[in-house]
Every structure is written in C-alpha cells, then in structure tokens.
Design a protein around this ligand. Structure first.
Ligand SMILES: [Zn+2]
Length: 190
C-alpha cells in the first residue's frame, strides 16, 4: 500500500538548523502544525487548526482526513499508511538530496522521450542514456515534470494524493519569508 505524500522543499541547499527551528515554531504558531507524536522513532505532527487553509483542493469533492483515530492502538497503523494527514519535517541535511516520485513518467531533456522513473533509479549523479536519441545526462537533469525536487530539507505531508491538493501561493510565500528562499512542491508515494 503506497503512502501518498505532498512534499514541500526549499530551492536551496543551505537551510540551517536555526532556520529549521524557526520554521517549526512559525508553523506551529500559524496553526499549520498541531501536536507532536512519534512514528517509527521520528517526530511527526498532527495537522493544526489552520492546516486546511493552506491548501487548495484540485478535485471536485475531495475528502482529506485530518483526525487521527481515537484509539491509540489504531493511530500508529493509520499514521503509517497515511490514513489521516500528518506532517514530518526532515532534519536540515548537510547537503541537498534529490527526491522523486518513483511512479512518475520522466522525459528526455533533448527528444522528450517518456520513460518510467524506476528506470532512472540511483544516486543523483547516475547518468542515464536515452534509449531513443542516445543523449546521456545525470538523472537530475531529466525533465521530471514537477515530480521531483532537490533541497536539504523536506516538509512531508502524509496522506495527500497526487492531484488532490496543492499548497496555496500565500503559504509558499510565507515559507519563503521564514527561510529567505523560494519553495516548490511535488507529489510522491513512498
Ligand atoms: Zn532522448
């Protein structure tokens, strides 16, 4: 069962621990993050009271579950499969990481030949040659069509399906003000 995630990331590879702390504080104050809980040894947050205000809904009648199950025993299992929305902010990593949706279709940067992301798996500096035109380029230089991102910190919003919701512009702008760099997003499944 894949866990669907909406990933927000800074277009920048030098977010500091101090900036991450400020980010968490501001997101809690703004009601984006709710209560902290532990999932597989990592700190996650329930959604705050203003979480849904920061998303625009793309479908006709989306239903986004934000309430964890009342039964604590059921909660961890539901969290693990993205049965309700919750948020993990990764540590500020020492260097940028490339993350991509493993189910995406990716295009050759030269001839636009479409290939499955799984064929491009590997570290970011892995060079993949196009089966159609022969152009060889690192996987990060292929056209991911909005299905991947590179940064040194990621806000993972678990439980949002592709095409279901996207962050509103005002929220992306507030992330930019807090961290002093622009942000992007993509959908993925883990
Ligand atoms: Zn090509």
């Amino acid at each position: 069962m894949p866990v669907y995630q909406l990933i927000l990331y800074p277009q920048h590879d030098a977010i500091t621990d101090t900036q991450r702390d400020q980010l968490l504080t501001r997101l809690q104050e703004a009601g984006f993050l709710g209560t902290a809980f532990t999932l597989k040894g990592r700190e996650h947050f329930t959604t705050g009271e203003h979480f849904l205000d920061q998303l625009s809904f793309l479908g006709c009648s989306p239903f986004i579950e934000t309430e964890p199950p009342a039964d604590p025993g059921a909660c961890e299992d539901a969290a693990q499969r993205g049965g309700f929305c919750h948020i993990h902010v990764t540590p500020a990593l020492p260097q940028a990481h490339f993350r991509a949706n493993p189910q995406a279709r990716v295009r050759c940067p030269v001839c636009r030949q479409s290939v499955a992301a799984a064929l491009l798996a590997g570290p970011p500096d892995t060079v993949h040659a196009c089966a159609r035109c022969g152009h060889a380029a690192p996987v990060t230089d292929w056209n991911w069509q909005g299905n991947a991102g590179c940064g040194n910190l990621f806000i993972e919003i678990w439980g949002i399906h592709p095409g279901e919701a996207a962050p509103v512009e005002g929220f992306m702008h507030s992330l930019e003000i807090i961290t002093d760099c622009p942000w992007s997003f993509f959908h993925t499944q883990a």
